[in-house]
Design a binder for this molecule. Structure first.
Ligand code: MG
Length: 284
């Protein structure tokens, strides 16, 4: 069985580092991730530079990357204004995001769940009409840093809304790493009556060093798309205490141990990790 690893380090990882890297370094890293065999990479986001300065110049990064034929070149897009900034034909995968928590959305994007879905709808419509596919992330699927454990029915309705809009994949974001294998199973089992498991992905955080157990639980239930960040970078600027994303190496190594294919070369991935860790060190 083949597992799709979605590398989110160049966006979710770097935006949480207290260092602003030049576009050419970000692009060189992404190219190394492609060389390691990653075929789905979130390369940046088109958010306001004053809010997330680490992601400024994502357009320049996109100019400089050399994605192999057929790969997913993902960019996170908060609204229609962001989508208008995406003009480079290399980009084929638009990321939209909301949360299963009104308070988290208010803090992150200044609107509640319903407001976020209204903002996302035209982004999905226009992306699809431009021939771009759309991946939708729902944050706080285990717990919200402000509201605590989130409601399963709310998660299901938000995921269904994104799926019905036309998202090809729904990403279950355990934003603060509060998930346990039991919780991950509960969420997936609540979703699969209405959304096929092949359309689900897991975005795990390693706050309590148990992310790989959550990944394993998702894989056992048939999820075959896993977000991860090289060198385990990340956190969330709007989720106090959130630690890094599950590391790509951990997920890739685990998959290989289990006899699952990822297409990723662990040695080349290690080289890509060392490259970005050195760059962060150098620019800090
Ligand atoms: Mg994350």
């Amino acid at each position: 069985m083949a597992i799709k690893i979605v590398e989110v380090g160049p966006r979710d990882g770097l935006q949480n580092q207290p260092v602003i890297l030049p576009a050419d370094i970000r692009a060189a890293w992404i190219n190394k991730l492609y060389e390691a065999g990653l075929r789905s990479v979130e390369v940046g986001s088109v958010v306001r530079a004053d809010r997330i300065p680490q992601m400024a110049n994502s357009e320049e990064v996109i100019e400089l990357i050399n994605p192999p034929e057929g790969v997913d070149v993902g960019v996170l897009v908060p609204n229609l204004k962001g989508l208008e900034r995406i003009t480079n034909p290399k980009v084929n995968d638009i990321g939209v995001f909301t949360a299963a928590s009104n308070t988290f959305n208010e803090k992150n994007i200044n609107t509640n769940i319903a407001g976020s879905l209204e903002r996302i709808r035209p982004v999905v419509e226009q992306s699809l009409s431009r021939g771009l596919k759309v991946r939708g992330t729902v944050s706080c699927i285990a717990a919200c840093p402000y509201e605590g454990v989130t409601d399963i029915a709310t998660i299901v309705s938000v995921c269904e809304a994104l799926y019905q809009m036309g998202c090809y994949e729904i990403v279950l974001g355990d934003t603060i790493g509060a998930g346990t294998p039991e919780r991950i199973r509960e969420v997936i089992n609540a979703l699969t009556p209405s959304i096929d498991v092949s359309k689900l992905a897991l975005h795990a955080h390693d706050t309590h060093d148990n992310a790989i157990d959550n990944v394993a639980a998702a894989l056992e239930l048939g999820v075959s798309s896993i977000d991860a960040a090289a060198a385990g970078m990340g956190g969330c600027p709007y989720a106090p205490g959130a630690k890094g994303n599950v590391s790509t190496m951990k997920v890739v190594h685990f998959c290989h141990q289990e006899g699952l294919e990822t297409g990723v070369d662990e040695g080349m991935l290690s080289i890509a990790e060392q490259f970005i860790l050195r760059a962060i060190d150098q620019f800090s």
